[in-house]
Write a protein that binds this ligand. Structure first.
Ligand SMILES: [Zn+2]
Length: 185
């Protein structure tokens, strides 16, 4: 009789080298920048981001408070063109968003027009802010066997086309919260 071994991996795993533990402050200050195309929407987008950071479903569950500031922020969310993003680091291209050091670069086209992510457009914005912020918090891209379960927010290519059985999920899963919480001092 054929024997089928089913391995159930409950946890996602980092696709890159395991990042060194970080020392994350309890208050993370940030600011935003907008290219000319998005400048008229700056206030609205700032409100969206503040709501994502204040949500009880978000990274604040790890014991972090996100505070907007214009003076010496710890990290910056910069809405800019794909061409500019591609020029910043060999790890970035002109299609995706990219986080380099303490800079989150959001591709203006992706913000305006979305991608083939199977969730709603509103939640797509939640996903990309939470995903790139996960990099600021020291997380890498995850892999997972998460069929029929909410995907981790750091799941590689939650935003690509193709075969997927995971449920689209723009918020960090409890495992991701736990990993970050260990680094909050
Ligand atoms: Zn990423």
């Amino acid at each position: 009789m054929a024997c089928i071994t089913v391995i159930i991996l409950e946890r996602p795993w980092p696709l890159g080298p395991i990042p060194a533990p970080k020392r994350l402050p309890k208050i993370l200050t940030y600011t935003t920048r907008f290219d000319t195309e998005l400048q008229p929407q700056a206030r609205l987008i700032n409100k969206t981001i503040a709501a994502i950071y204040a949500s009880p479903k978000g990274w604040q569950q790890a014991g972090i408070r996100f505070v907007y500031t214009t003076s010496r922020p710890i990290f910056t969310i910069d809405f800019t063109t794909g061409i500019h993003i591609a020029s910043l680091s060999h790890s970035c291209d002109d299609f995706y968003n990219c986080t380099v050091g303490n800079m989150i670069y959001i591709n203006t086209d992706r913000w305006l027009y979305g991608d083939n992510w199977p969730g709603t457009f509103v939640n797509y914005h939640v996903l990309i802010i939470n995903h790139e912020t996960g990099h600021i918090l020291g997380l890498d891209e995850w892999g997972c066997i998460c069929a029929l379960r909410p995907a981790p927010v750091m799941l590689y290519h939650q935003n690509t086309t193709g075969w997927h059985l995971w449920k689209p999920n723009p918020w960090p899963i409890s495992y991701e919260i736990d990993v970050v919480q260990k680094d909050v001092k």
